[in-house]
Design a binder for this molecule. Structure first.
Ligand SMILES: Cc1ncc(C[n+]2csc(CCOP(=O)(O)OP(=O)(O)O)c2C)c(N)n1
Ligand SMILES: [Mg+2]
Length: 281
């Protein structure tokens, strides 16, 4: 793909920052950590068509960590599912369909999410249905690492292996922080790869803020696994892309002040300019 996806990820961050600053609500940290994952999915992996969002041949994507919906809106607008200005003007305003968690009445959004722990079980159901119908569509679900403390995730993991759902790829945004602090102290997952392996999954561990590494991981996830579902553990940085937001639990759900907004805009603009030069060089 000729488009500079590294730059796209930063443009999506810039749009997301404006969304959150404009509406004075949102989840900056988790949005920014998933920017490259969402970019890789929407511009390099998913077989989806904004002109025909309900195409029966489409791949399914579910954002199980539904609180980071602002980056989802950014990807869906850039990919042509939603109107960028309309989302910008109405996100989280009274009566708007662009609510603070995914709304499946919007084109391109398959499932209402936000209550953590449900995306994988629903994805298992979709993948099982496609398998029963002998369909080639693939199912992708993005979860947070804090989200993995939900028991329903592991029921889903068990069922995916039991039903041999090799059409299912789960991605974990492994930023090591959740709402109130490090996953290490809230509910640790230090043996995460071994846990998924024990549940009967193929595990791919990759850099999660690196587009090339992600595209390679997604390509590998598509290779034949003889009935074994695949999880990509994407090692990310929460708040990635704005220096003072990186690795700070407080930025999970914080709105920047005018000064912080200006600093963040400046940092993102510098990065976008740097990546633009990389393309033309
Ligand atoms: C069932 C449920 N319990 C609690 C919450 C409140 N909550 C919202 S986000 C969040 C932390 C999620 O952390 P993580 O999954 O690591 O997401 P990320 O770091 O990518 O933002 C929590 C506990 C919720 N949305 N759903
Ligand atoms: Mg997390």
């Amino acid at each position: 793909m000729s488009e500079n996806l590294k730059k796209t990820a930063y443009e999506l961050r810039d749009y997301t920052l404006d969304l959150i600053y404009g509406a004075k609500t949102g989840h900056m940290g988790g949005d920014f950590s998933e920017a490259e994952i969402m970019t890789a999915l929407y511009f390099g992996v998913l077989n989806v068509d904004p002109k025909n969002p309900e195409d029966p041949g489409r791949d399914y994507f579910i954002l199980s960590k539904g609180h980071s919906v602002e980056m989802y809106y950014a990807a869906l607008t850039k990919r042509g599912f939603l109107d960028a200005d309309d989302v910008m003007n109405r996100y989280s305003r009274f009566g708007s369909p662009y609510i603070g968690h995914p709304n499946n009445k919007l084109p391109g959004i398959e499932m209402n999410s936000g209550s953590l722990g449900h995306g994988l079980p629903v994805s298992v159901g979709i993948a099982k249905g496609l398998q029963m119908d002998g369909k080639p569509n693939r199912v992708y679900v993005l979860m947070g690492d804090g989200e993995l403390a939900e028991g329903s995730v592991w029921e889903g993991a068990m069922a995916a292996a039991h039903y041999k759902l090799d059409n299912l790829t789960a991605i974990v945004d492994r930023n090591r922080l959740q709402i109130s602090g490090p996953t290490e102290t809230v509910m640790h997952h230090d043996d995460l790869a071994a846990r998924f392996t024990a549940f009967g999954w193929r595990v791919i561990v990759t850099e999660g803020n690196d587009i090339d590494a992600l595209l390679k991981a997604f390509a590998e996830a598509k290779t034949e696994s003889n009935g074994v579902p695949t999880v990509i553990i994407a090692e990310t940085t929460k708040g990635k892309g704005v220096s003072f937001m990186e690795n700070k639990a407080g930025w999970h759900h914080k709105v920047p002040t005018a000064e912080e907004y200006a600093m963040a805009k400046k940092e993102l603009a510098a990065k976008i300019a740097e990546l633009s030069e990389e393309v033309t060089a």
